[in-house]
Ligand binder design. Structure first.
Ligand code: FMN
Length: 210
């Protein structure tokens, strides 16, 4: 059976990123795929790349040799037929958990050999999702810069950004004045636009993982 790996690089279960990722899971499953799911915030301890250059030795080519909580994720991606990674935007970037995986995933395939910079012989379709408080157009360039490296080292990559997300169920039920936001507009968007985004990523997944 064909497999895809879905990686949640956000900490909140049941919220925006997690919800969209579950739609991609549903899309792939409806096409007969097995889905292997990882929550980066629920793994054993791990770090980003530690610059050991183990992956730059002939016998470990394409393999991060650092053994920790990310190892099962990297191994599963290496065997998979497709990949989905979703992350909230934290301080104008993907999350730290995403970055740790990103460093390890990309760097193991980057050879530093001018003639053949990528040693990944198993390129797979990939979907990269970001959710953010800011409107979806705010982070197009950021996501595009990540897409560039995914395309080079992992496989043909599609992206989806869900902006203006709802961060709290009820902005009035807090003792902190979240005055940055128009709570009513956020709620309306969540009720009217977010379901359409759920459907969009479901369809994206179904189209990518056939
Ligand atoms: C630590 C932190 C930093 C954030 N920084 C940004 C930011 O720079 N830009 C932005 O648009 N949203 C930012 N957000 C909001 C989240 O990206 C947004 O609410 C996202 O949809 C949350 O995803 P979730 O509901 O899956 O947790 C931040 C949230 C947190 C917790």
């Amino acid at each position: 059976m064909k497999k895809i790996v879905v990686v949640n690089a956000g900490p909140r279960k049941g919220w925006n990123t997690d919800t969209l990722l579950h739609e991609t899971e549903r899309g792939a499953k409806d096409n007969g795929y097995e889905v292997i799911w990882f929550d980066l915030y629920r793994l054993e301890k791990y770090t980003g790349c530690i610059s050991c250059f183990g992956c730059k030795r002939e016998k470990f080519k394409g393999h991060c040799i650092c053994k920790d909580g990310l190892t099962p994720v990297l191994d599963a991606i290496r065997e998979a037929d497709g990949l989905v990674i979703g992350s909230p935007n934290y301080l104008s970037n993907f999350t730290a958990a995403f970055r740790a995986l990103y460093e390890r995933l990309i760097f193991q395939n980057l050879t530093y050999v001018r003639e053949a910079p990528n040693c990944n012989e198993h390129m797979i379709p990939t979907l990269l999702i970001m959710t953010s408080n800011a409107p979806d157009t705010m982070y197009t360039d950021l996501v595009e810069s990540y897409r560039f490296n995914f395309e080079r080292f992992i496989g043909p990559t599609s992206t989806f950004i869900s902006g203006n997300t709802l961060q709290l169920k009820d902005y009035s039920k807090t003792d902190w004045p979240w005055t940055y936001f128009d709570a009513k507009a956020k709620k309306t968007r969540h009720e009217e636009i977010f379901p359409k985004e759920r459907e969009a990523v479901y369809n994206l997944s179904k189209g990518l993982f056939k």
